[in-house]
Design a protein around this ligand. Structure first.
Ligand code: ADP
Length: 295
């Protein structure tokens, strides 16, 4: 499968341009769409999921014109939206059975097997009789993936799935997501760099509606080799350093501010060369757009 997004643009009626000429190519596997809040990730996800219109551009899933074949696309699609409401007084098992029925699995025995397999897949079998309202955030997200998997989707979209999960729940969710990617296209939208470095074979950085980078996480990090330098400074000195250097991130540790800068050559002045990571890639791409101290 291949998803080809070409020159997609969208301006909302309030004048906000959420997508500016977005072009991306996605193959099977897990694709991370990384960007700060308000970058346009949900707008892009919703457009691919056929839930809203773009003003210009095209999306093709292999030969299928997504924008003009919504019904067909929806049959191939699994979608876990950012705001995933559940009916609190119904069990996971009953809800999945109901959704499977809506998605056209008419045979009750077949549905029973499908629901059992899905619950097992997302590790919710023992909690299947509990009402969804009693589920933790992580359990709700795993239930969300189970419902998105009904009908063997070829394209799975998960919008900010790990926001609000505690570290253990996030780990469990990572394990689940990492099993999905091989024969399907999975698009994972997130503002959490770790989601991408842990899960994704390809990714793009999006900010203010524009694609700033697209490629493989490892290659992106390699490109930063020898260009990241770090130094501990007094907090009050930050603005001086910001005048002289491209400060891409700051971290307060035991009263000192540890800054990381991007520079082609050794800056001297007490800076030490640092091993680059995906956060450096992310912050250096968005640093010119967003004040990194507010992220
Ligand atoms: P992200 O998912 O990366 O946080 P969004 O796609 O939700 O970004 O939002 C991109 C921009 O579009 C933001 O400035 C947001 O306020 C704006 N926006 C999103 N949805 C709407 C809408 N329905 N009407 C008007 N503006 C919107």
């Amino acid at each position: 499968m291949k998803l080809q997004i070409n020159a997609l643009s969208k301006t909302y009626s309030n004048g906000v341009q959420a997508l500016k000429d977005v072009s991306l190519t996605l193959n099977n596997g897990m694709f991370g769409l990384l960007g700060p809040n308000g970058a346009g990730k949900s707008s892009l996800m919703r457009t691919i999921a056929t839930l809203q219109e773009a003003d210009a551009g095209s999306i093709f899933l292999d030969d299928l014109d997504v924008i003009n074949n919504k019904t067909q696309v929806r049959q191939l699609l699994g979608y876990l939206p950012q705001e995933f409401g559940v009916y609190p007084k119904i069990s996971a098992e009953r809800m999945l059975d109901h959704i499977a029925q809506l998605k056209g699995v008419g045979n009750a025995a077949e549905r029973k097997d499908l629901v059992a397999a899905l619950l097992d897949n997302v590790n919710l079998s023992k909690d299947r009789k509990k009402n969804l309202g009693t589920y933790s955030g992580g359990m709700k997200q795993r239930f969300g993936i189970a419902q998105a998997l009904i009908g063997n989707p070829k394209l799975i979209i998960v919008d900010e799935p790990t926001a609000g999960l505690d570290p253990a729940e996030r780990n469990r969710f990572y394990n689940l997501l990492s099993q999905l990617g091989e024969n399907t296209i999975v698009i994972l939208s997130t503002h959490i760099v770790e989601d991408v470095s842990t899960l994704c074979s390809n990714f793009a950085i999006i900010c203010q509606g524009e694609v700033l980078y697209a490629g493989q996480p490892d290659a992106a990090v390699s490109e930063m080799e020898g260009k990241i330098f770090t130094k501990a400074i007094d907090k009050a000195e930050l603005s001086f350093y910001q005048d002289d250097f491209t400060v891409i991130s700051t971290q307060l540790k035991t009263g000192r501010l540890h800054i990381r800068i991007l520079q082609d050559t050794d800056p001297g002045k007490g800076f030490v060369s640092a091993t680059p990571n995906l956060e450096d890639v992310y912050f250096s791409n968005i640093a010119t757009r967003v004040d990194v101290n507010t992220i």
